[in-house]
Design a binder for this molecule. Sequence first.
Ligand SMILES: [Zn+2]
Length: 628
Amino acid sequence: MTKYVTTPIYYVNDVPHIGHAYTTILCDMFKRYQVLKGNECVLLTGTDEHGQKIENSAKLKQKSTQEYADEISFKFQNLWNNFGIAYDYFVRTTDKYHDIGVKYAFEEMYRNGDIYKGHYEGNYCISCETFFTKRQLVDEFFCPDCGKETTPLKEESYFFRLSKYENKLLEWYKENPNIILPLHKKNEIIKFIEGGLSDLSITRSGFKWGISLPPFVNDDKHIIYVWLDALLSYITPLGFGNDNLNKMYFFNDATHFVGKDILRFHAIYWPAFLMSLNLPLPKKIYAHGWWTRDGAKMSKSVGNVINPEEIANTYGLENMRYFLIREVPFGQDGDFSRKALIERSNSELSDTLGNLLSRLLGMGEKYFNLTIESNNFDYLKNEIDEVAIIIESLEYYMENMMPNRYLEELWKIFNIANLSITKYAPWDMMKEQKVDDVATLLVFVANILAKGSLLLYPILPNSSKEIMKSLGVDFSHYNKIILDNELINTFKLTKIPPLFPKIEKPAIETNINKINLKDEINIKQFDKIDIRVGKILEAKRIEKSNNLLVLNIDFGESIGTRQIVSGIANFYKPENINGVLACAIINLKPSKIMGVLSQGMILTTEDSKGNLSLLSVYSNTELGSKIG
Ligand SMILES: [Zn+2]
């Protein structure tokens, strides 16, 4: 059967960051693993482009909404192309076939008696595009998901009878206990359903950027809720609701990868919608964790978001792929640090794997003119058995979405190869004229690299092909050397440039400065930014936050005192910055960060290691002075 795997459909209110890259690379790994095993696998990704937040972001950038959505959607598509992601579908929720499919789904659900018109009363979070009841809000006003202030709203709305599917969903999870991984996330979802499901508002009014209701409803006041719209993008590219190109059978074996923050939409709403449409339900829903940066949460307002393209350009695409998958157990939060990436690259990729291949090619050339042959591996029997046991264990880790363990185990076979070279010392055996034993050792090492490179293909597709090329093996060897655990007797080696050169520190720093430039702006755009000098009167930590300080800053008589939240707590003790003359943007729209009002943004410098320092001026500068 054809496997189908999807990334979430990325929301275009922001450019791609490391979290997007992580999910997409995981899906790419999933697909390549299936392909390696000989299964057909189709990968879908795309962009979610509707909703009030997009309309607002476009206005801020003084662009038409479509123009703005196009721009960001292309950034995603370009990035996946540059990263060599093996996607088959790139869906955009502004595509025509999608519009047709969503209207068709609405009509089907309506005719099945699952949609009715009513009133909704609640608080709306624009940022999350979600309604919350009073009970769900934090401190009566704030969004439980993102912490921003919500708006009270009463409006006419169409509802989906989610309540009707409460028992069906519970039964489904009971019969299929392994759909959601990690397991503790499944338990949260079951608890949520058991707590009672209310019907779901699936339309919005008051803005226009979305899919209108199908003509038969005859109601142009409403547009379709962005989540119903977005979830359906998993099936509209397969022809759902359209007459032609029906590839809907891909959906019979679907795996969704999602961030843990959007699991509820995928594990409750989505299967309920599918039940209403009489469609197959997903086979797996994998929820991954979040990335922090050097211990701090990444956010646009703090300005510590990591650009995956810069990381790939600086350290190598495959080094980044390896780090993201190896560093963190699937489902847990992980910390992204350049230092950790460099350490893993240098020790595991360069020293263990790259060096093993160089040793093989070097000795193969020196002793055997690149052709190595052996039929009798008796003296290496223990090592060969050990390698076989490890390789047999690997499938379990990939099937249960533990790719970090998969890599950890796989590296053991490379270690066995390196250790056996040290142990048997082929250079000494050559002196003793044991030429056949040396050939056997090298053929054994070449077999480990052949097996290892095939098994690495899902994670490091390019390097694994390079290794295969130098050994003269390809995917057609999979059955023989992986499934049947046999050894190849003859290798004709080809020399290739060293894989995974060591990452040196100076090279990193110059690269960062070159690559991390922002888009060009004109003087008019810069003029809109009002930067002033202010004196920090008081700084306090924000409870529950590791990296945020709330600052009280005096900008002089004409402006007065402002409260500004800044992500500098890891770099300054609050008591040490009282009295500092800092620079701040004071015309930034006020926002709540972790429920605390912030009326501007403090300027800091950031070095290549992510260390922040306050930008400060001489102590005799007048408060409120303009900077520009
Ligand atoms: Zn929110």
